[in-house]
Design a protein around this ligand. Structure first.
Ligand SMILES: NC(=O)c1ccc[n+]([C@@H]2O[C@H](COP(=O)([O-])OP(=O)(O)OC[C@H]3O[C@@H](n4cnc5c(N)ncnc54)[C@H](OP(=O)(O)O)[C@@H]3O)[C@@H](O)[C@H]2O)c1
Length: 224
């Protein structure tokens, strides 16, 4: 599959690219095409060193909006505050059948700890904001909120964790469950429709508060 990662120059983008380029064509997106190309070349070298002759995919770089024209899956690896600006432009170019994935967590740091912006400020969940910008809500899935970037980037690491997934169309959700399962040790758990996404997004500030206040290093979540 051809998978584009908007904001793919950040930590999560690196992790997604390194994990999925074993089998897929990955395009790293950035506001700056030169930066995207440089970063993609670097990811490609790391991946080739690791997968060697088992590598069937590749990594390239492009401008966020040029990459979106011809994709099977588009990952929105950008901050919450940038959703409307970025997605309103992406919606002009993304193809009808492309699946759009939001791992975006609306979260901020306050003195009391990490808090979830939609509950604190009455704003929309990230997935709902994303959906507002695209024609087809059924192509939107939210996932990967509770995966730590530092663990995702370590290609050799078994994550031994769940990822919680929401989306309205079960056949679309199934494709993202399959893609999740390609990440070693990551079990996809479906939570329900896109409107249930707050239940997945809010787990990240919970996880980070638990980690910080109990001195745990990059914990994950799993239903047992
Ligand atoms: N980090 C984690 O462990 C983690 C875990 C779970 C979920 N998440 C979520 O995953 C998403 C990506 O996380 P991240 O840590 O990789 O994010 P990040 O490093 O803060 O940002 C990712 C990329 O977004 C682009 N960007 C920054 N400001 C922008 C703007 N105003 N407009 C358009 N693009 C902009 C930048 O790329 P360019 O400068 O190259 O354009 C940047 O490299 C976030 O929504 C986060 O909440 C993160």
């Amino acid at each position: 599959m051809k998978i584009g990662i908007v904001g793919g120059t950040g930590g999560m983008g690196e992790g997604f690219a390194l994990r999925w380029c074993a089998n897929h064509q990955i395009v790293i997106g950035s506001r700056d095409k030169n930066k995207a190309t440089e970063v993609a070349n670097n990811y490609m070298k790391i991946a080739q060193d690791f997968y060697k002759d088992k590598m069937r995919g590749n990594v390239s770089g492009d401008n966020n909006f040029d990459l979106a024209k011809d994709l099977d899956i588009l990952i929105l690896s950008i901050p919450y505050e940038t959703i409307n600006d970025t997605c309103s432009k992406l919606s002009q170019v993304v193809s009808e059948n492309c699946i759009i994935v939001s791992p975006i967590v609306p979260m901020k740091w306050e003195e009391k700890g990490f808090t979830y912006i939609p509950f604190e400020e009455g704003k929309k969940t990230a997935a709902e904001l994303v959906a507002d910008n695209f024609k087809s809500r059924s192509r939107i899935v939210s996932a990967f909120h509770t995966i730590s970037e530092s663990k995702l980037k370590k290609i050799e690491l078994n994550l031994d964790a769940d990822t919680y997934i929401c989306g309205d169309d079960l056949s679309v959700v199934q494709k993202i469950k399959e893609l999740s399962s390609e990440i070693q040790g990551l079990r996809p758990i479906y939570l329900g429709q896109l409107s249930m996404t707050y239940q997945a997004e809010v787990l990240t500030p919970m996880l980070l508060n638990g980690a910080k206040k109990n001195k745990l290093k990059n914990p994950g979540l799993k239903l047992v």
